[in-house]
Design a protein around this ligand. Structure first.
Ligand code: NDP
Ligand code: 8X3
Length: 250
């Protein structure tokens, strides 16, 4: 029987590319995000290949997370794969000048949001005695950089949560894969710089950045590995990147 995946942050970037890649390998999709028009468009685009449904919620809103995942009909409840992808950086600057609303958005979204969604889905996987959770961390969770400490801390938390989940859930047949991408050209920098296009474009200037589909390919590899294999951690850097802040630009 075809598997079912729930993907958070499916409206853009890595989440959207993962949905497209999963559709190619016949995985049915629960597409989640905060922009219904984009969810509808993606569902329409993929519906010729696989079954799709959409859920509109903000991962920071624990009531909404529980209510929306709880509202899934029986045909969608047997979730085989959860991709905890929703997240963003908000702002970039020194801690003493930091905007506390930006900090809340990053900690609440990237960390607590991932926890709320996981808490809603782990019981369903435990009941099945199987499942696969893919957490999208970042190279920023492994290497801290100046002016990004809160985002880095939120992604370091994802790294630790992946470890904790693996320790708790492996015995129940649930695999955990932690994916740490480097510089991927998505809407990430546009969000980080609050819509400033020229600042966002500069992030990807002078080198060939990762594309969202590169990350999606690795996620497909992880979820398609045989039962005897757990892909625990994947770090993917751009070809011109040797560390979080070291990119060789032309
Ligand atoms: P995008 O900005 O393109 O996509 C972010 C996605 O997350 C959108 O679909 C957005 O959907 C969703 N999202 C953000 N906040 C919330 C929220 N509070 N509730 C629900 N959904 C939310 O960026 P990316 O695709 O690059 O980012 C995806 C993940 O990859 C993030 O966790 C990011 O930290 C991580 N990452 C990105 C890297 C990069 O260089 N781009 C590198 C390493 C990791 P909507 O607005 O519709 O809710
Ligand atoms: C996004 C990658 O290095 O800009 O997580 O923080 S980085």
């Amino acid at each position: 029987m075809a598997r079912i995946a729930l993907i958070t942050g499916a409206t853009s970037g890595i989440g959207k590319a993962t949905a497209e890649a999963f559709a190619q390998v016949d995985i049915n999709l629960i597409l989640c995000g905060r922009r219904q028009d984009r969810l509808d468009e993606l569902a329409r685009q993929l519906s010729g290949k696989v079954r799709t449904t959409t859920l509109l919620f903000d991962v920071r809103d624990k009531g909404a997370v529980q209510a929306m995942i709880g509202s899934l009909s029986d045909e969608w409840k047997n979730i085989d794969i959860l991709v905890n992808n929703a997240g963003n950086a908000h702002g970039m600057g020194p801690l003493d000048e930091g905007d506390t609303d930006d900090w809340d958005a990053m900690i609440d979204g990237n960390v607590k949001g991932l926890l709320y969604v996981s808490k809603a889905i782990i019981p369903l996987m435990l009941e099945q005695g199987s499942g696969h959770i893919v957490n999208i961390s970042s190279i920023a969770g492994k290497q801290t950089y100046a002016n990004g400490a809160v985002y880095c801390a939120s992604k370091a938390a994802v790294e630790v949560l992946s470890e904790g989940m693996r320790l708790e859930l492996t015995q129940h047949g649930i695999k955990i894969t932690n994916v740490a991408p480097g510089a991927v050209e998505t809407e990430f920098s546009l969000v980080r710089f609050k819509g400033d296009e020229s600042r966002a474009e500069k992030v990807y200037e002078g080198f060939d950045p990762l594309q969202a589909s590169d990350i999606a390919d690795a996620i497909v590899y992880a979820v398609n590995a045989p039962g005897r294999v757990t892909i625990a951690d994947i770090t993917i850097l751009a070809g011109a990147q040797s560390a979080a802040t070291v990119i060789h630009r032309k």
